[in-house]
Design a protein around this ligand. Structure first.
Ligand SMILES: Nc1ncnc2c1ncn2[C@@H]1O[C@H](COP(=O)(O)OP(=O)(O)OP(=O)(O)O)[C@@H](O)[C@H]1O
Ligand SMILES: [Mg+2]
Length: 355
């Protein structure tokens, strides 16, 4: 991204940046809006915020809309303009032309966001881990994106139907008509997720051992009911339960990733440092996955990276990002001096911005 313009987005009234091709460091006090700038960049690549799914809340308090405008150069040059009004109208334009479906923008620009909030991948429920898989796959696999959005639509319709039945008689023919559509898309999503974990793990191991310098056994296992049984059979087995619960209680929307260290759950047995290395390694492996699948270097957004990790790991990370396969990088920090110090020996084009 060359230029970025931000209007009435979160705490920013009007900001513009001319970014450099490699390392861009954004510094400022707590609450000055550093993370919000990274989120604006993320928004331009994904048409949503990394943190907040409610666009309304991203409009600067008291303003009527926000807009984000980014200029990108890779093989071609293009600009992306996104605006959202308080009437909930979102438009995304590429080179002045409005996309008819927002989904069509997904996959054009990949970004990897590394933030202290990533810890939720370990500590929170399965939804965050599914989102991690889905985000990674949707960016690189159009068929997966279409299947997932189809699956969600049918699942919503099936749930609405079960709800309408109010726990009483459920017409099996109607349910079957939903299932006939769910089953093939679930099968494809399952197969793609399974392959994804297989592709992803070697990079994950490599980054984890590089960052931690340790040789603990870390592992990520893909959990899904579909490993054991055909989805059609699972749906049949759960009909009674679905009727009573009035929702679809099984399926790929229940999948999870089991994160473990030395054979134990990371959440219980990981030290804080181990957990941090684990999630950073997941994100760097995500970066490698994008690079491998698209041939393009994703944007790397490093939020508060020096604040939350120790000096040794920060050094390792800087050693890494100076590597050739990283492209444009955005780093935030509260201390301009600290970020300069860490970047001192990094041989790359560096630009500093303060808010
Ligand atoms: N819609 C909004 N309107 C106005 N201000 C907002 C809006 N959304 C978020 N903010 C404000 O933006 C500020 C936070 O910005 P941000 O998280 O980017 O800061 P930061 O520079 O990253 O701070 P830190 O160093 O603490 O991480 C908060 O004070 C928050 O209240
Ligand atoms: Mg911040």
């Amino acid at each position: 991204m060359g230029r970025l313009q931000v209007f009435d987005f979160k705490n920013h009234t009007e900001q513009s940046f001319e970014f450099g091709p490699q390392i861009n460091a954004i510094t400022g006090l707590n609450g000055s809006g550093k993370t919000n700038i990274l989120d604006a960049i993320y928004y331009l690549s994904n048409t949503k915020s990394f943190f907040n799914g409610i666009d309304q809340q991203l409009i600067r308090t008291g303003a009527a809309f926000f807009s984000l405008h980014g200029w990108f150069v890779d093989e071609s040059e293009y600009d992306i303009l996104i605006s959202f009004t308080d009437k909930s109208k979102k438009t995304v334009k590429k080179n002045g032309k409005t996309y008819s479906r927002l989904l069509d923008h997904i996959g054009l620009i990949q970004s990897v966001f590394i933030t202290p909030y990533d810890i939720s991948l370990v500590l929170d429920g399965s939804e965050d881990r599914r989102r991690f898989m889905d985000y990674t796959l949707c960016q690189t696999n159009r068929e997966y994106l279409e299947n997932l959005s189809f699956y969600k639509k049918i699942q919503d319709q099936r749930n609405a139907f079960l709800k309408k039945c109010e726990g009483r008689y459920v017409d099996p023919d109607v349910l079957e008509s939903f299932d006939a559509r769910l089953i093939p898309s679930a099968g494809k999503i399952f197969a793609t997720r399974k392959q994804f974990i297989a592709d992803f793990m070697p990079w994950f191991y490599e980054f984890y051992s590089f960052l931690s310098g340790n040789n603990e056994q870390v592992n990520i296992e893909y959990l899904s009911e579909l490993h054991e049984k055909e989805f059609s059979e699972i749906l049949d087995d759960n009909r009674e339960r679905d009727r009573i619960l009035m929702r679809t209680s099984s399926g790929i929307h229940k999948d999870d990733l089991d994160l473990n260290i030395n054979g134990f759950p990371l959440k219980k047995m990981g030290s804080q440092g181990q957990i941090k290395s684990f999630v950073i390694a997941m994100k760097l492996a995500q970066y490698r996955f994008f690079l491998e699948k698209t041939g393009h270097k994703p944007l790397l957004l490093l939020d508060d990276i020096f604040e939350k990790i120790d000096a040794q790991r920060a050094g390792k990370l800087m050693e890494l990002v100076a590597n050739d396969y990283f492209g444009q990088i955005f780093i935030t920090d509260t201390h301009a001096e600290r970020v300069k110090h860490h970047l001192e020996h990094v041989n790359a084009n560096k630009m500093y911005f303060s808010l």
